[in-house]
Design a protein around this ligand. Sequence first.
Ligand SMILES: [Zn+2]
Length: 345
Amino acid sequence: MKRSLRKYLYISYLVAQFSLCGTSYPQVDQLPEISRWYNSYDCAISLRFDDNLDSHVEYVIPLLNEYDFKATFMINPGRNYDEHKDFWEIQLPQMGHKLGNHTWHHEGAKNPEEAEFEIGEVSKLIWQLYPNESKLNVFASGGGEEWGGEPWEKALPVYKEIVKEYYLIDLYDGNHPNIDLNSDYSIKEIKSIINETISKRKYQAFSFHKIGSKSLVDYARKIITGYNYTFEEEQLLEMIKYLNSKRENIWIAPIIQILKYETEFENSTLELVKRNTDKIVMRLKIETDPSLYDQELTLILPTLDNLSPVKIRQDDFEGIIFQLSDKEFISNIKPIESSIVIYYK
Ligand SMILES: [Zn+2]
């Protein structure tokens, strides 16, 4: 009896140690843990469309809506924008898609004052369009544009400071791998990238420009710059259908939601406070700022002596428990320092 109690205490100790460096626990001791991805999906994929192009309005967004996939649109309100202004500013946010900051004119900036306008005004516009959301957003500096005479990667710190001031995550900081898709990719290659994303349980970001056949300008651009800027409509349709066939496995979401989840996940720990026959009490510790990082985290709830969880409380809030399969239960919680109590009776 004493021996088994010691063993139990030792395992609890191990669990507490484990919980300090992550959220994986030994199998023998089932405790709640934070899911690697939202809603317990195997992996995450984001779809990003740059430059507010007509093909996005005419083809991409209706297609995404048909399959109920939410994407990120990196906009330049100062270029090719006014014709569809209402679409970008009223309809698109209502559809659940997100806008990202791609600078006002897509021309870089000669000096910090210009950069303040190019970056800041787009952020202010997007904040206005999503008044109930956190200010954290994504930023892409453009293509080969210069910032104070340098490419973005080599631009002076003063330019990067502006990005920080506006709570922007710089997608070109070297830490945000992305596959820029064009018609040189075969659908077979794309499917294999998607399959690998699932099997490795990771995050894959995809970006696109124009969707449709190459125009003469596109052919000329490819010859001059070597850069293929188009992705065929049929390719996108095939890709979306394939993602749809795997939608049970993949969290397909706007970039900002996935990045928030990743950062919250990496900066949180769950500690066991106590466990008895009818409840488990945990402490959620999290280092992210809840006013910026407000993406719900998914908690995987274990059974307790074969009992299913019946109720969950996070501080004073009562959460909802979802049953995914026979013994698989999850609940989505707020990313805040809190006490979590799971009841089994
Ligand atoms: Zn662009």
